[in-house]
Design a protein around this ligand. Structure first.
Ligand code: SAM
Length: 266
C-alpha cells in the first residue's frame, strides 16, 4: 500500500513514522509512506503556500494550486475517474466525517491514499469540492494543522495491513472491531470485541503492591475466562461508551449480563 502525505511541515513526520509497527511495516515493504513538501509545488521565489481569504476575515488559507499540482504528480486519478476501491484523496479537516476503526479498515484495503494536511484557517474549499474524495476529522476539537491527524490515520491504517502486526488475531479482537459472525456464542468468542471496548488485560506479577489480578485469569478455565472477559468488556463499554452498545450485536448471554449490570447499578 502507498500512503502519500502532503504537508508544509515534512520534518514533522520524522519520529511518528519511525517507531514500532509503522517502522516495521515500512521496512518489510508492506507500506510505502512518502512525505511531500507542499512548498516544492510553488512557483514564486518566496514559495508561498497561503493567501488571504476572499471576503475578508481572520487568518490565511492554503492556496489550491500547489495542492492540486502535488496530487496530480502522484499518479492518482482525477476525482471523477478515481476507483474508490483503489485510491482515496483525503483532506484532514475538523469539519470532516469522524475517523473510526471502520474507516481505517476500509482505507487499509486500498492501494494508495493521499492525506492532505491543512494549516492556518484551513484549505481553499476547491480542494474539498474537486480534488479530495473525503474529508476526515480525528475528533471534535480544533488542531493547528492536519499533521497530527495524518499520523493518527497512518498508524491506525498500517496496523490493519495484513502482516503488519505479528499476531493478526490481536487486531481482530480489539476495541471497536465488529465481527458479528464471531460475537457471543460463536466458536472463537473467547475475547472478540464485536464492536465493544476491549476487556481489561493483566500481566505479572499476580500481586502488585496488594493489587491482585482477578483469580479467574490465574485458574486457567477457558470458559470462565471467556465469560469474565465478555462481562468486563460489557461493563467497561456501558460505563465509558454506552453509545457503542446500540451498534453491537449482542448474544442472549450478553443481554442477560447487561441486564444484570444495569440491575446492579440501580
Ligand atoms: N477554521 C477551521 C475550522 O474552524 O474548522 C480550523 C482550521 S485548523 C486551525 C487548520 C487545519 O488543521 C485544518 O485545515 C485541518 O487540516 C487541521 N485540523 C484541525 N482540526 C482537525 C481535526 N479535528 N481533525 C483533522 N484535522 C484537523
Amino acid at each position: 500500500m502507498k500512503i502519500e502525505i502532503v504537508t508544509i511541515f515534512p520534518g514533522f513526520f520524522s519520529g511518528p513514522l519511525d517507531f514500532g509497527i509503522t517502522r516495521r511495516a515500512r521496512e518489510a515493504g508492506l507500506v510505502e509512506i512518502s512525505i511531500h513538501d507542499l512548498r516544492e509545488f510553488t512557483r514564486d521565489k518566496h514559495r508561498t503556500v497561503d493567501d488571504r481569504p476572499f471576503g475578508g476575515g481572520e487568518g490565511m488559507v492554503l492556496k489550491p494550486e500547489p495542492i492540486f499540482e502535488c496530487i496530480e504528480k502522484l499518479n492518482i486519478a482525477p476525482r471523477e475517474e478515481r476507483a474508490p476501491a483503489k485510491q482515496s484523496v483525503i483532506l484532514l479537516s475538523a469539519q470532516g466525517r469522524r475517523f473510526s476503526q471502520s474507516v481505517a479498515t476500509e482505507l487499509a484495503g486500498l492501494e494508495q491514499i493521499a492525506l492532505i494536511c491543512g494549516r492556518y484557517e484551513g484549505v481553499d474549499e476547491r480542494v474539498s469540492m474537486h480534488l479530495a474524495d473525503r474529508e476526515l476529522s480525528i475528533g471534535d476539537y480544533v488542531l493547528s494543522g492536519g499533521e497530527m491527524g495524518a499520523a493518527v490515520i497512518v498508524e491506525a491504517v498500517t496496523r490493519l495491513i495484513p502482516g503488519a502486526v505479528g499476531n493478526e488475531a490481536s487486531t481482530r479482537q480489539e476495541s471497536f472491531t465488529a465481527h458479528p459472525e464471531l460475537v457471543g456464542d460463536g466458536p472463537s468468542s473467547t475475547c472478540v470485541s464485536g464492536g465493544l471496548l476491549d476487556y481489561p488485560h493483566f500481566t505479572r506479577p499476580a500481586d502488585f503492591r496488594g493489587m491482585d489480578v482477578p483469580e479467574v485469569l490465574i485458574q486457567g478455565n477457558h470458559e470462565e475466562i471467556r465469560r469474565w472477559r465478555r462481562r468486563t468488556a460489557l461493563e467497561k463499554t456501558l460505563r465509558n461508551r454506552p453509545d457503542l452498545l446500540d451498534r453491537t450485536l449482542l448474544s442472549k448471554e450478553d443481554e442477560k449480563v447487561v441486564a444484570e449490570i444495569m440491575d446492579h447499578q440501580h
